[in-house]
Design a protein around this ligand. Structure first.
Ligand code: FES
Length: 117
């Protein structure tokens, strides 16, 4: 891999902090110029990042209850799938998702370049 490609890859990763700083079944909010992003840690240490704005009426998803791979919005209880960003059940809506990686030192980074798959 040449230097240019490596530089571009590193530039779009934003380091959030250590995995241990995100509570299990909780979230950490990061504020970016494009708006807040919620970084969630599940009970089994999976990490997801989505826009911190509920697709219903903009509630702060980072203050919701995390269960399995989803979060329940604190305002009106919509349930959002953390992998896809989609509302579950009969509710309709979607938030943007971001790729997340955790390195060997436990540092969590979020990709601001492209939605996660
Ligand atoms: S704002 Fe999230 S459920 Fe209404």
């Amino acid at each position: 891999m040449n230097d240019m490609v490596m530089k571009m890859e590193s530039e779009h990763w934003f380091t959030v902090g250590r995995l241990s700083e995100i509570p299990r079944r909780g979230a950490r909010q990061i504020i970016l110029p494009r708006g807040p992003i919620a970084v969630f840690r599940t009970q089994n240490d999976k990490v997801y990042a989505i826009d911190d704005k509920c697709p219903h009426k903009g509630g702060p998803l980072s203050q919701g209850i995390v269960h399995d791979g989803s979060v329940t919005c604190p305002l009106h209880n919509w349930v959002i799938d953390l992998q896809s960003g989609s509302a579950m059940g009969t509710d309709q809506g979607c938030v943007r998702t971001y790729a997340v990686r955790t390195d060997e030192n436990g540092l969590v980074s979020v990709s601001l370049a492209a939605p996660s798959e």
